[in-house]
Design a protein around this ligand. Structure first.
Ligand code: HEM
Length: 415
């Protein structure tokens, strides 16, 4: 049966459930995913799609069920050996071992290797740098002249952050953006016209970061990610594909996600200007607002697991080998946890229960750093009395994994 994208569904909610395909890129390109997931949560919270371009998969759309799957990593595997952590099965040359796509014990060993880069002391140290470079960037923005928020602010700030984390040559930092864009693009990985180009970029990235790794190995250990890896048992001597996998994990993890929350914040504040007024009136609310921004935007729409044995999810039997897609974008709109979930509300008392960072053993290791960047961005904008207005339609990323924006035309006014 042909699958149906949401444009059709909103007109006719009587389409058969089995025709719904939440992995359809057009849902995200057109920002039309909301009624699809509302219907799945209500009628088929554990839903089977037999005919997607990515093969058959289960969709888990309710908050509690997503957490329940993530709480059983010994049954629901993240491992790249079974296809990895997105709806796209990446096998053969594209099968990249990386610790987000590993199970224990290797996952824990590698996670522990990089974790010190995100510890409280490091976060405090980085906060000063983040504030200085955010201030510099905001001071250089045009006032009253339209520009693209995504490239000028979101991409630039998160790329700078990554260059700091990797201690990557500053003038070449846009390399990291290029690799992040290709690495996170699952549609490009599947498309015969682009998959080789993507692969070449990943190879280039590995050579460049390998050279840094060799340099750092020869020096005393420091706290940047490359040095932490170079001097560790768990990551100091990885095979080529595993190096590629872990480099791209750290680049996409730290880049696309935070970038899209910085842009999503602007969209939310333009749709709900009264929330911005509240932040202007009381900048002390920014910290609370950050959790709500990350919930509302949901920078990664899903993560995927593979069933290691026959099991059940909320009473629905699944078979060994089945692909299970956990739709964070839906769990974050689950009304049983977040009343009036579509509303962007900086005072939402339980915004921190969002699923955007995942749950359980793989929960995002960079979460605090992402929150810090958003918090400082809004503190510095308020300090400069900057209000950002959208001036036209945005262009969205047309895929079901990275959920975000390609462009967002804006103008800055003083409030
Ligand atoms: C708003 C921004 C961010 C979002 C929404 C986000 C989201 C996520 C999600 C959903 C996971 C997987 C969780 C799971 O499977 O349960 C994850 C893991 C991860 N994230 Fe983030 N992330 C963000 C920022 C960052 C930053 C700044 C970094 C720093 C480089 C980072 C690095 C990682 C890494 C290394 C993992 C793998 C953790 C593991 O498997 O143990 N992320 N992130």
């Amino acid at each position: 049966m042909a699958t149906i994208a949401r444009g059709d569904l909103s007109d006719d909610m009587n389409v058969p459930l089995e025709a719904i395909d939440p992995s359809d890129a057009s849902l995200y390109a057109q920002d039309s995913w909301r009624p699809v997931f509302a219907r799945l949560r209500a009628e088929a919270p554990v839903h089977y799609q037999a005919n997607s371009p990515f093969g058959p998969f289960w969709s888990v759309s309710r908050h509690a069920d997503i957490q329940a799957v993530e709480a059983r990593p010994d049954i629901f595997s993240s491992s790249h050996e079974f296809g990895g952590i997105t709806v796209v099965d990446l096998f053969g040359e594209f099968n990249l071992p990386q610790f987000i796509a590993m199970d224990r014990p290797r996952h824990g060993e590698q996670r522990r290797t990089v974790s010190p880069a995100f510890g409280p002391g490091e976060i405090q140290r980085m906060a000063e740098q983040v504030r200085l470079r955010t201030a510099d960037l905001l001071d250089a923005l045009p006032i009253g002249t339209p520009f693209d928020w995504v490239d000028t602010v979101s991409t630039e700030l998160t790329t700078q952050m990554l260059a700091i984390l990797f201690d990557y040559p500053w003038e070449k930092r846009r390399d990291l953006t290029l690799w992040s864009d290709w690495g996170g693009d699952i549609e490009a990985a599947l498309n015969p016209a682009t998959k080789d180009i993507r692969q070449q970029h990943l190879i280039d990235m590995t050579h460049a970061l390998d050279a840094l790794m060799a340099q750092r190995k020869a020096l005393p250990p420091t706290s940047d990610l490359i040095s932490l890896m170079a001097h560790s048992d768990a990551m100091g001597d990885m095979p080529f594909q595993e190096r590629t996998g872990n480099y791209i994990l750290l680049i996409v993890g730290g880049n696309d996600t935070t970038r899209n929350s910085m842009s999503g914040a602007i969209e939310a504040l333009n749709l709900y200007p009264q929330e911005w007024e509240k932040m202007i009136a009381d900048p002390g609310r920014i910290q609370g607002a950050v959790a709500e921004i990350i919930r509302w935007q949901t920078p990664l729409a899903h993560m995927r697991r593979t069933a290691l044995c026959d099991a059940d999810i909320a009473g629905v039997p699944v078979k060994q080998g089945d692909k299970i897609v956990l739709w964070y974008i839906s769990g974050n709109r689950d009304e049983s946890v977040f009343p009036d979930a579509e509303r962007f509300d900086i005072n939402r008392p339980n915004a921190r229960r969002h699923l955007s960072f995942g749950f359980g053993v793989h929960r995002c290791v960079g979460a605090r750093l992402a929150e810090l960047q958003l918090q400082i961005l809004f503190e510095e904008m308020l300090a400069r009395r900057m209000t950002v207005r959208q001036t036209g339609p945005v262009e969205r990323v047309p895929q079901s994994f990275v959920h975000g924006f390609r462009t967002m035309p804006v103008i800055i006014e003083r409030h």
